[in-house]
Design a protein around this ligand. Sequence first.
Ligand code: DX5
Ligand code: ZN
Length: 234
Amino acid sequence: MSHRSHGAAFYPRTMPVKIAPSLLAADFARLADEVAGVESHVDLLHVDVMDGHFVPNLTFGMPVIASLRATTELYFDCHLMVSNPISLFGPLAEAGANLVTVHIEVHPDPTRAASAARDAGLDFGLVLSPPTPFDAVVPYVELCDLLLVMSVNPGFGGQAFVPEVLPKVEAARKFIDSEGLRADIEIDGGITPGNAPLARAAGADVIVAGTAVFGDPDPVAAVERLRAAADGDE
Ligand code: DX5
Ligand code: ZN
């Protein structure tokens, strides 16, 4: 039950960029090996849960997450692309999830979702799809450990980065800093070493990358390229 100790205090909050490989681009027949291969080089694991309803795609749920939990101590950042996220909080916590992010498009007032996540022992975050303005989350950022700004439309890996979301990352950075809030900003979708510096300069703390990590023949080298691109070669 080691995951039970992974409460908010465990969430890494150092200044250097945090890299979160997205399991969606891993080889699903070798998930534990894929995670073990990058574990000591990354900061958290991004787990895309899709229900075939909020988005057309289906990925994985509690049994897969529980099986992976038995193989790694990584912090599980579960991005819930589902129509009924609250019903999953208890089972996800039981399976070993650490944090759940909920789309603001699903719960425009996420107050109940945030308290349900806390009650389940989970850290909590909100997600904005590309068309959704930052204003939609402003009253609720104070409830968040993580604010996820999507840089592709949710549903599939391997899409092209949408640079139009960068001003939203900047707005989030300014708001979080000026209000003294704790939320980290995460960016997700189409991230490469080419655009990671833009995301970082706009204010992202956490960079999710699926294809750029697990689609590379050397995922560890790919992680290090992302880190170097985001934070320089020092
Ligand atoms: C898309 C998912 C992303 C996806 C990113 O709906 O939320 O996390 O895995 O994959 P890449 O990095 O390939 O765009
Ligand atoms: Zn995601």
